[in-house]
Design a protein around this ligand. Sequence first.
Ligand SMILES: Nc1ncnc2c1ncn2[C@@H]1O[C@H](COP(=O)(O)OP(=O)(O)OP(=O)(O)O)[C@@H](O)[C@H]1O
Length: 427
Amino acid sequence: MSELFRKYIKKENYPVHPSNIAFKTNFKNCIYEALKRRGWRETDSEMEWDIMWSEKEWIHEVFDHVHLQPHQRVNHFRNYAELCRKDLMIKNMKRYKKNLEKEGKLEEAAEVDFFPLTYNMPGEYSLFVEEFKRNPNTVWIMKPIGKSQGKGIFLFQKLQQVSQWKSDFRWKPDNPQAEPYIVQRYINNPLLVGGKKFDMRIYVLVTCYSPLTAYLYRTGFARFTHHRYSSNPEDICNSYIHLTNVAVQKTSENYDAQTGGKWDLRLLKLYLMSKYGQDRVSECFYKIHQIFIKSLLAVQKSMINDKHCFELYGYDILIDSNLKPWLLEVNAAPSMTSNTPHDFELKVGLLDDVFTIVDMERVMQGNEEQVGGFDLIYRQTPFPMPANSTYQTYLGTYNQRATTLKKLAKQAAQRMAANEATKVAAK
Ligand SMILES: Nc1ncnc2c1ncn2[C@@H]1O[C@H](COP(=O)(O)OP(=O)(O)OP(=O)(O)O)[C@@H](O)[C@H]1O
């Protein structure tokens, strides 16, 4: 604990002045900027900090060997990997679904259908081969469980392409050195905008797993590819068509540095509503909310809850051409570097709101339902609410917003039509 903070605690002199809060981080991107803008003091002391934005490794290597003061906060839960490692996430989702079935909650179980069919490699290779043979025309995607930015990912449609990978990686079922992968059904009918594939990065903050308390950030973004989508087997190896990661797209000659290939979520919703109608888009985003809640509930029992910890998750969601959302991955350390000025402000603003909720300054009441750009989407009460009440509230709020967005879309369309008419008249 920093010396100044200790004085405040002793005097019980709340709220704590920002200059008395010491932060530590090794990141020099939006995280550092947000911490500095907060007016907090930087420290490089080993343990004399009040809030630390750490690398994931710190949690593995240090957290268990130190004693933290009650007020100290760190940005990961100890076993964050339960949700954020690709294979563990799938294992937890499958188990959650199975438990719901066992409890006879069949409808609820049927709704846990938002992750593509997935097998662990090498462990479930034989099961995968059986499935592969049952559906020989399916496209599959191979992803290393612990990498990010599209590294090591490839698509295939023939078993022989995996054999090639097996020999390239000197892969053997009993070789502990073999890099674990998952193999997943490739969603080959993604929703396209202007002929291009996209996925969405949406932020969810969890401040506690018991009781589960989660907030959803209203502003996120869609990440687009810079090449038109094609499901042609000849294009199966073209990452620019299939992978939406900025790290991949940045190397494309079509890369648009001005937009960074990103679209604000609000804009995307407006566009989708004008194209598919409010009801379908509302339903799609309602399902996305359900994905957040259900995925968190699925790992809740496995998570080691700790009052020092909070976590900002970056969810990757893909929408298919039927407007069905799919959960691809949850990131425990979503990228906080920016590739445009807008992106920079979005991320610094997001982090600032995270810090408000984490409440180092002790100014929150604890019952707020909206904080900056965050909305509370789940707070488990000691006495469970009637079955659907919270969900109905989300839906209600969502529909209200959807109506506003629809109005805005209509106005934008009218403005565009008026501009066109003026241009034609001028000619
Ligand atoms: N099952 C799938 N169907 C269709 N596209 C997929 C699928 N899985 C992944 N992708 C595409 O590949 C990209 C990378 O996948 P994923 O996010 O799982 O890997 P990653 O390397 O961990 O990326 P990140 O840096 O975002 O964490 C996704 O953004 C998406 O465009």
